[in-house]
Design a protein around this ligand. Structure first.
Ligand SMILES: NC(=O)c1ccc[n+]([C@@H]2O[C@H](COP(=O)([O-])OP(=O)(O)OC[C@H]3O[C@@H](n4cnc5c(N)ncnc54)[C@H](OP(=O)(O)O)[C@@H]3O)[C@@H](O)[C@H]2O)c1
Length: 354
């Protein structure tokens, strides 16, 4: 696709709940503090399916809409006042929600430099594209200070450690859950219990999980009874990457009275005893762009590249979907059928057939 003509291919939703269509759209120009990224890899997320099938956009978002929340690529143009990033840099980032010119399911997009990182040399574009949104969703629940998150390490201080503490991750094999396990390991948690299918046990152990509860044997309703058999002490830190009401209720019931629970959705089940409980619950919005998330977002993007480079955090395993942007239609069907299993789906927008 030629930049001279300033047109590109993008996957577009013309109106709510319609199929994706491949269209030619203008390539935007970066404003002050922004860069234009040639998108080499774009990550898929369950929310792509929710948006397409259920119109799960914020109110008043104008259609036609371009979506996509994980981006890796090359800086093509640099806007005014940008000093730290140059043309040709390999970068990765989480795009702004609900903003066509910034979305990742197209060939070029704008990106504000305050929430963007240079891709470490040890990561491919595909690996880099599977980090931003789901890492962010895990980390916002755990590290930033209250009321955004549990406040376990708001400054990425490498000396912070909780060796005697116990944590539970529900949905450990999800992309978000895999990062939650790694973040708890980074925080030095001595015991990291994971609720997931046993087929993932070895892989999740390699990420830091220490104990397992098989989700195919123990239902959410039985989880609060099963947990004390794995660990006799109260569990004070729980992250749930499964957000159904059943999962949220199980997580809340498993939590120690003075514990903290993060849920990978801002839509939290309203527990009746919220006024009197000492349990703290955090409904996570995994994005740096909007207040009150912005302050921690700057810290996150300062530290994330170096921690990936050092191998403290490893990207999810990826499943590459062929046919460039057109492949997103197949990828979204996989979410619909529940066929995404322990991997992150990635497309390469520049490979979109003519
Ligand atoms: N709040 C935010 O800003 C935000 C951002 C991103 C994602 N999310 C949400 O976070 C959740 C996870 O997203 P994701 O992209 O990480 O998901 P994903 O990787 O697509 O999740 C797939 C995995 O879910 C597991 N799973 C399904 N049902 C389960 C259950 N009942 N118990 C335990 N594991 C179960 C499956 O495990 P098995 O292999 O065991 O079947 C499968 O490996 C989604 O609900 C997503 O919408 C929220």
């Amino acid at each position: 696709m030629s930049l001279e003509n300033r047109v590109q291919k993008a996957l577009v939703l013309e109106s709510p709940k319609t199929p994706f269509v491949l269209k030619t759209v203008p390539i935007p120009k970066p404003g002050p503090g922004e860069v234009l990224v040639k998108i080499i890899a774009s990550g898929l997320n369950p929310v792509d399916w929710f948006i397409q099938s259920r119109d799960l956009f914020a109110p008043n978002t104008p259609y036609p809409a371009i979506i996509g929340l994980d981006m890796a690529g090359d800086v093509e143009e640099v806007g005014e006042s940008v000093k730290e990033i140059s043309k040709g840099d390999r970068v990765f980032l989480e795009p702004k929600l609900n903003s066509n010119e910034y979305a990742s399911h197209q060939q070029y997009a704008l990106a504000p430099v305050e929430f963007l990182g240079k891709i470490p040399e040890n990561l491919s574009y595909g690996q880099a594209a599977c980090v931003p949104l789901t890492f962010s969703t895990a980390v916002y629940g755990l590290l930033p200070a209250h009321p955004v998150g549990m406040g376990l390490n708001p400054t990425f201080d490498d000396t912070v450690s909780y060796p005697k503490e116990i944590a539970l991750v529900i949905g450990g094999s999800t992309s978000v859950g895999q990062y939650a396990i790694q973040i708890l390991k980074y925080l030095g948690f001595g015991t990291i219990i994971v609720y997931a299918s046993t087929k993932h046990t070895e892989y999740l152990k390699s990420l830091g999980a220490t104990h397992f509860i098989d989700r195919n044997e123990i239902s959410f309703a039985d989880l609060p009874v099963a947990l004390p058999k794995v660990c006799s002490q109260p569990v004070k830190i729980i992250y749930t990457a499964v957000t159904s009401p059943e999962a949220q209720n199980a997580a809340y019931a498993c939590l120690a009275d003075d514990g903290k629970l993060a849920i990978a959705t801002p839509r939290i089940v309203p527990w009746g005893d919220a006024e009197v409980t000492t349990k703290k619950v955090y409904g996570v919005f995994g994005g740096p762009h909007i207040p009150p998330n912005r302050e921690f977002g700057v810290t996150l993007w300062k530290h994330l590249p170096r921690l990936l480079e050092r191998g403290v955090f490893v990207p999810n395993r990826i499943e590459e979907i062929p046919k460039g942007l057109s492949g997103i239609v197949d990828g979204v069907k996989k979410y619909e059928k529940g066929e995404v299993n322990g991997v992150k789906l990635i497309v390469y927008p520049q490979d979109t057939p003519a």
